[in-house]
Design a protein around this ligand. Structure first.
Ligand code: FES
Length: 79
């Protein structure tokens, strides 16, 4: 299987809370998208953990091809 797996070709809008940490799935295998559920084990991939600096809505990458891990950078448009 080619990784990262494209989970979806559109980003997902989520609410994040200031000071909370989130583990974004980078491999595309998690059943808890856009977050890690441990499915990457053995693949060489690891989640990208980030801490929200403010409480707001963000667009997280679901295609897993962003160059700004965790966040949609428009890369899904060329898949
Ligand atoms: S969903 Fe991956 S770059 Fe937009």
């Amino acid at each position: 299987m080619d990784l990262p797996k494209v989970y979806d070709k559109v980003p997902v809008k989520v609410s994040v809370e200031a000071g909370k940490k989130y583990a974004w799935c980078s491999c595309g295998l998690s059943d808890n998208q856009p977050y890690c559920n441990g499915a990457h084990k053995g693949t060489g991939f690891a989640p990208t953990v980030f801490e929200a600096t403010e409480t707001k809505d963000v667009h997280l990458c679901n295609c897993k091809h962003t160059k700004n891990p965790g966040f949609c950078d428009g890369a899904h448009k060329s898949l």
